[in-house]
Design a binder for this molecule. Structure first.
Ligand code: PEP
Ligand code: MN
Length: 342
């Protein structure tokens, strides 16, 4: 960390800053230039609150040298992490192909969609049992029964399952039924929930909030890691833009950026990013081409009957065609779509 002092800083203020740094067990190195005086700090940056240092009179700026997300950063962990989701490897050249309906709607519907996506090569089954809806009058998910249906369907088809957990009080219940806990965009900064999933050892799919920066996303990952759960997969699912032509703005650059900054795998969700089936395949392929460790796609066999997100669902045939293209692209990139181990 480097503290840049104001031109008019007094000797007493410099001494005060150094005292603050040293009382935290760090070393302060003073450099007096012709125009500016700076203090270089050596030691564990996490012990110092950069924001609080700003409040000291005479301090103009505080520049961090290390990212504040220590555990999530690639500096701390140069090798890419590979996350095991119920036997499916995600990262390190192995792609996740997560697919399923937005919501679990019935055992029959889940069965037909699961059979179709598995036949197309999906390796992780998705389906929401607890749905975050903008309207309190919209379908909120089947809850506990939905979890049971999802788990049983996944087992029948040899696929681990991912489902959203919205409430810290539901974490234990969802852990019992799911192989991966999804933290939705709306909850990316629900720090109580992040702490709670961090206390488990279940893989976590952490979706980027719709107005979250990449740093915000990595700080949320840090919450989970700091609690002792290292199994985090990031997900780029689009951020709010000004153009309503697509549901969100697919930030494909976030994929290589996150990979540069962090060792955690990152997948893309072009379904929520675009909200348009005609754009989903291109964006899924763009994500994989950009280096994503997988994709997350909503599939429904009768979108017009879907309880949520029907208009953005791919039909099973469209998904099968996309899966084929993803496998071909993966081969070019020397990667492969993971096979479930069950
Ligand atoms: C979902 O996966 O159905 C969902 C609600 O996603 P997001 O949190 O990205 O909106
Ligand atoms: Mn959805």
């Amino acid at each position: 960390m480097i503290i840049i002092l104001k031109p008019e800083v007094s000797e007493a203020q410099i001494a005060h800053v150094i005292e603050r740094v040293e009382e935290r067990g760090m070393q302060a190195h003073l450099s007096r230039g012709t125009f500016r005086t700076i203090i270089g700090i050596i030691g564990d940056e996490a012990q110092l609150d950069a924001v609080a240092l700003h409040a000291i009179p005479g301090v103009q700026d505080v520049v961090r040298v290390l990212p504040p997300y220590k555990l999530a950063s690639r500096e701390a962990h140069p090798q890419s992490s590979v996350i095991d989701v119920g036997g499916v490897a995600v990262g390190g050249g192995q792609l996740a192909l997560m697919a399923g309906p937005c919501a679990v709607e019935s055992a029959e519907r889940m069965e037909s969609i699961a059979a179709a996506v598995r036949a197309a090569g999906a390796n992780i089954l998705r389906g929401g049992a607890y749905k975050p809806r903008t309207s309190p009058y919209a379908f909120q998910g089947m809850g506990r029964e939905g979890l049971r249906i999802l788990q049983e369907t996944g087992q029948r088809h040899g696929m681990p399952v991912v489902t959203e957990v919205m409430d810290p009080r539901h974490v234990d219940l969802v852990v019992e039924h799911a192989d991966m806990l999804q933290i939705g965009a709306r909850n990316m900064q629900n720090f109580v929930l992040l702490t709670e999933v961090g206390r488990t050892q279940k893989p976590v799919l952490l979706k980027r909030g719709m107005s979250a920066t990449v740093d915000d996303l990595l700080m949320s990952a840090e919450y989970v890691l700091s609690q002792g759960n290292p199994h985090v997969v990031l997900c780029e699912r689009g951020i709010r833009g000004f153009d309503r032509a697509t549901r969100n703005l697919f930030d494909v650059a976030a994929v290589p950026l996150c990979q540069r900054l962090s060792h955690l795998p990152i997948i893309v969700d072009p379904s929520h990013a675009t909200g348009r089936p005609d754009l989903i395949p291109a964006c899924a392929l763009a994500g994989v081409a950009a280096g994503a460790d997988g994709v997350h796609i909503e599939v429904h066999d009768c979108p017009e009957e879907a309880f949520s997100d029907g208009p953005q669902a791919l039909l099973p045939d469209q998904f099968a065609e996309l899966a084929e293209q993803i496998r071909a692209l993966a081969a070019v990139l020397n990667k492969k779509v993971s096979e479930p181990q069950r």
